[in-house]
Write a protein that binds this ligand. Structure first.
Ligand SMILES: [Zn+2]
Length: 396
């Protein structure tokens, strides 16, 4: 029979000169401690030049390892410091962990392949999540460094509020590949410049970008025009619809001062009819028969929605002209403001009908923007989740 120590050597795939010296089960703490040592007189490769060197001294180190059934497992080692004639005294690399990590490679692999929110993994393995975040950051940075963006031609830009709306991040999306290329805090013109730097660092060329879908934020538009001189700008359909919904809701809030019944009707004007409950539908039918300003604004919103179904740009432009005229002459302030917005972005709105691109695919990334400890963590998780970035935890 194998000894316990030998069994764990096999389980860890530990090679000479390393061996498991001692195993301790701490049943009260629920912990398993494995003590690893090396044979006397062993030589180790210098971590810088690889040359075999003799041991100068050792350093006591501990790593968290995969749980052993209900036991939290830890590996302790007397790690040698190599004495290299060229590079001086250096801590050697151990085969079960990457340099500088507090976890073994197997532990990191588990945490990464779990495909769960980091906070959930942290709970399961009873480990502080900031330590796990360091692991995730490392592998994401490594995988991103190898990315090639030279084929990127069509992009979409979107912003999302995170951390209770305190901060914004901008997401830059490859609409052909359906993936997030870059995420960065901020929503200024300068933010677009940050993306261009990242694009170039991954062999992309801003001059080759053909279409940019974005919202109507003046800062983004300014940045896009300055950076992507050959690109056609397309105003995002979802963004324009969102502004229209906001104008409609503003109309309702103004009107509810006089019309009490409008007070709890916000939802019924914003959602699709098919999503209303029977009671909401009755309220909607009642209100829409009462010649309200809100009901008129609602019909203008429907007109925009239908306009987006146009078969081609010419038809869409006819519809947009009619809608514009209607908004301008509506004598409803929020709707007149919408007319100004539409006029100011006329061609970019209609460019949608040449390209039919939206930022809709960014939804997945946006939905993940909740519950992260800080913006850096959020951005890091955008890449494997919405960026189709493949993480490869070291071979284990
Ligand atoms: Zn060396």
């Amino acid at each position: 029979m194998f000894s316990n120590e030998k069994l764990f050597e096999i389980a860890l795939n530990l090679q000479e000169p390393w061996y498991v010296k001692r195993i301790e089960f701490d049943t009260t703490a629920g912990e398993l401690h494995m003590y690893i040592d090396f044979r006397k007189g062993s030589r180790f490769p210098c971590p810088v030049c690889g040359q075999g060197t003799k041991v100068h001294d050792t350093l006591e180190q501990t790593w968290r390892h995969l749980n052993f059934f209900q036991y939290k497992a830890f590996i302790h080692s007397r790690t040698p410091r190599a004495d290299c004639p060229a590079d001086g005294v250096r801590l050697v690399n151990v085969p079960w962990s990457r340099p500088g990590s507090e976890f073994t490679l197997l532990f990191e692999a588990l945490a990464l392949v779990a495909q769960m929110p980091v906070a959930a993994v942290a709970r399961i393995v009873d480990e502080h999540d900031t330590r796990l975040w360091r692991v995730v950051h490392h592998y994401v940075d490594m995988a991103r460094a190898a990315e090639d963006h030279s084929q990127v031609r069509n992009i979409a830009i979107d912003e999302t509020a995170c951390l209770r709306g305190q901060r914004y991040i901008a997401l830059f999306h490859d609409t052909d590949a359906g993936r997030v290329l870059y995420a960065v805090p901020g929503r200024e013109a300068f933010t677009v410049g940050c993306f261009v730097k990242d694009l170039e660092a991954h062999h992309g060329k801003p001059g080759r970008i053909e279409n940019v879908v974005c919202d109507m934020s003046a800062a983004f538009l300014y940045g896009v025009e300055a950076q992507f001189t050959n690109a056609t700008i397309v105003i995002d359909k979802f963004h324009l619809m969102k502004l229209m919904n906001e104008a409609l809701d503003e109309m309702r809030r103004q009107e509810q001062q006089e019309v009490e019944d409008l007070k709890h009707s916000r939802y019924i004007w914003l959602k699709n009819q098919s999503n209303l409950t029977a009671a909401q539908r009755r309220l909607f039918e009642d209100l829409s028969q009462r010649n309200l300003k809100t009901a008129r604004a609602y019909r203008m919103k429907l007109a925009l929605q239908e306009g987006y179904q146009s078969p081609d740009r010419a038809t869409a432009e006819e519809g947009l002209k009619r809608l514009y005229w209607w908004l301008v002459h509506s004598r409803l302030e929020p709707m007149k403001a919408m007319a100004v917005t539409i006029k100011g972005h006329w061609n970019a709105i209609l460019n949608y009908f040449d390209h039919r691109r939206t930022t809709g695919a960014l939804e997945a990334a946006r939905n993940r923007a909740r519950g992260y400890r800080n913006v850096n963590n959020l951005i890091t998780m955008v890449y494997p989740i919405a960026g189709k970035l493949r993480l490869s935890p070291a071979e284990v």
